[in-house]
Design a binder for this molecule. Structure first.
Ligand SMILES: [Zn+2]
Length: 240
């Protein structure tokens, strides 16, 4: 259990954060998790807004009907808006590993970032601390850490090409996969099958699937499907 933040968030707000370092700033935009589900995924987002305070306002606005469990500012400040055992409204339509209703299965973390610039160091440090906390509290594995674009290919692109997935993977906070080389004859049929096995099960067009896999593993890649696109879809080498 954490403490209620009395300074940065306003003394009138009551409640408690699940994480000691988070500042409790409740959003009305949540409901109960369905079918008795508990979090088995963490979904990472960027806000695509100009400031954390603007994002906080939007994520707590009842007329907008969106939220997340956490928002992390560029300076590393962390706000919690929805209790972890409740269903925040961050993921929307999509699928991961064959499962839909990702909101009922996940904890959503928003990062204050416009989407076109690197993520700040203090923000990454706070994110990593928060993730360790959440992953141990809910027994979430590295394989359960995904980006919004992973579950909603063709619809969402956050946390985007600037997000440092390898940095998280090195710490066991995201999945690390690879095989030695791609196939001699790269076909979308094989690519789809391998991507599906990793978790990319949303029914989308070939190009949307390729874009989503590249955003996650090879954000620099351009052009048509290549043998190298298959390499990150190999066996998992995560520590957890
Ligand atoms: Zn998002």
């Amino acid at each position: 259990m954490g403490s209620t933040c009395l300074s940065a968030c306003g003394a009138e707000l009551s409640g408690t954060a699940d994480t000691a370092a988070a500042c409790w700033h409740p959003s009305p935009n949540f409901g109960p998790r369905r079918d008795g589900l508990t979090p088995s995924l963490i979904v990472i987002h960027y806000t695509a807004m100009h400031s954390a305070s603007a994002a906080l306002q939007r994520l707590c606005d009842p007329s907008v009907e969106v939220s997340a469990h956490y928002l992390i500012g560029a300076e590393g400040h962390c706000w919690q808006m929805v209790a972890e055992d409740q269903r925040a409204w961050h993921a929307g339509a999509g699928q991961w590993c064959g499962f839909d209703d990702i909101n009922s299965r996940s904890i959503g973390i928003e990062l204050d970032n416009r989407g076109d610039h690197p993520f700040a160091e203090p923000q990454m440090v706070t994110l990593e601390r928060l993730m360790k906390d959440i992953m141990s509290r809910w027994s979430i594995s590295a394989q359960g850490v995904i980006g919004h674009s992973d579950m909603a290919p063709g619809r969402k692109i956050d946390p985007g090409p600037r997000f440092d997935w390898p940095r998280l993977a090195c710490q066991g906070l995201a999945d690390l996969r690879s095989c030695d080389e791609g196939p001699m004859d790269p076909t979308f049929e094989l690519f789809r099958r391998m991507a599906h096995r990793v978790g990319f099960t949303s029914p989308v067009e070939d190009e949307a699937l390729l874009s989503a896999v590249r955003l996650r593993y090879r954000p620099w890649a351009r052009g048509s499907l290549a043998a190298d696109d298959f390499i990150p879809l190999g066996p998992s080498s995560s520590r957890s």
